[in-house]
Design a protein around this ligand. Structure first.
Ligand code: IPM
Ligand code: MG
Length: 358
């Protein structure tokens, strides 16, 4: 079977890590008899350089026509001064909304081999850490109106960003979270700021109502500030966290660090049809771009998520995940996951090792 994948390498370390991930996909194709066809799409800073805008209609159309999208990372200091409506991040946000990608699935899981890289004391982290953040992706303050107004208080201009969530948006992400919890340990923690925000009060009401349809799943509500604290105080209490776009952005970076490195974590962004875009949760890391030292694992694991969620290829996804685990067990370490005394390897060596283990 042939699978058509739109590939957005993007900026910074994006091209290096995506190249390794594609070689891994090729290896899976060879082993399991699939063919993956890649169509490269420019988006982000590289599209600003080539086309003057971060996301062209052609790029959107190519991504829509593909079976799924693989994305490296976008952005970098080179484009810091472009006007806000043309920043590289707009490409990411544009793709998410154009493709209707409302559910951002961000697993944060610690590998045994990397437990030394976890910054939390052993007594607290216990046997490990394995949670999934189910982050709503197309609403919230990101997609509200962004504007400037006069404060009227003599305090000068005011920056305003409207935060909003509709019942429908909360319902569909809540269902995703409950379904996922059913396949895991049966617990959902919904994170909001319902003591202050009206969007959060609606969020809590709707999640509670949807929760009644899942009596087998335990639902707990937590304010976001407390959740940020609880994640380091007692990480083992969490399994599935469902939250909005802004809180999910922050909590997923925090959760990633508990696993040892943000360079390890993949993500899936899914639409109602199951079509998706897959990307590492880290950014374009311009400080290390072009040096061949970035960790490609998050992107490689994003391919595994693609195989599992969009293509339904479970054995193939497992093959990638097992190979990553074996490479780590064999002591392969890029700089970000190395601890004192470890031999450090580069992006391509890590990718090669994982490929060989498939
Ligand atoms: C993420 C990123 C993006 C977000 C930025 C680049 C727009 O931080 O995917 O976590 O905030 O959604
Ligand atoms: Mg983020």
């Amino acid at each position: 079977m042939q699978y058509n994948i739109a590939v957005v390498k993007g900026d910074g370390i994006g091209p290096e890590i995506v190249d390794e991930a594609l070689l891994v996909l090729d290896r899976v194709g060879e082993k399991f008899g699939h063919s993956f066809k890649y169509t490269e799409v420019l988006a982000g800073g590289c599209s600003i350089d080539a086309n003057g805008i971060p996301l062209t209609q052609e790029a959107i159309d190519t991504c829509k026509a593909a079976d799924s999208v693989l994305l490296g990372a976008v952005g970098g200091p080179k484009w810091d001064d472009v006007p806000s409506d043309r920043r590289p991040e707009k490409a990411l946000l544009g793709l998410r909304s154009e493709l209707g990608l409302f559910a951002n699935i961000r697993p944060a899981m610690m590998y045994k081999a990397l437990s030394d890289a976890c910054p939390i004391k052993k007594e607290i982290i216990g046997d490990g850490f394995d949670i999934v953040i189910c982050r709503e992706l197309t609403g919230d303050v990101y997609f509200g109106r962004h504007y400037r107004a006069e404060s009227g208080l003599g305090w000068g201009e005011m920056g305003c960003d409207d935060m909003n969530y509709s019942v429908y948006e909360v319902e569909r992400i809540a269902r995703r979270a409950f379904e996922m919890a059913r396949l895991r340990s049966g617990k959902v923690t919904s994170v909001d700021k319902a003591n202050v925000l009206e969007t959060s009060r609606l969020w809590r009401e709707v999640v509670t109502r949807v929760g009644l349809e899942y009596p087998d799943v335990t639902l707990e509500h937590m304010y976001v500030d407390n959740a940020a604290m609880q994640l380091v105080r007692n990480p083992g209490q969490f399994d599935v966290i469902v939250t909005g776009k802004l809180f999910g952005d922050i909590l997923s970076d925090e959760a990633s660090m508990i696993t040892g490195s943000i360079g390890m974590l993949p993500s899936a962004s899914l639409s109602e049809s199951g079509k998706g875009m897959y990307e590492p949760i880290h950014g374009s890391a311009p400080d290390i771009a072009g040096r061949g030292i970035a960790n490609p694992i998050a992107t490689i694991l994003s391919c595994a998520m693609m195989l599992r969620y969009t293509f339904g290829l479970t054995a193939e996804a497992n093959a990638i995940e097992n190979a990553v685990e074996k490479a780590l067990d064999a002591g392969c370490r890029t700089g970000d996951i190395a601890t004192a005394g470890d031999a450090v390897i580069g992006t391509h060596e890590m990718g090669t090792k994982i490929r060989e283990l498939i």
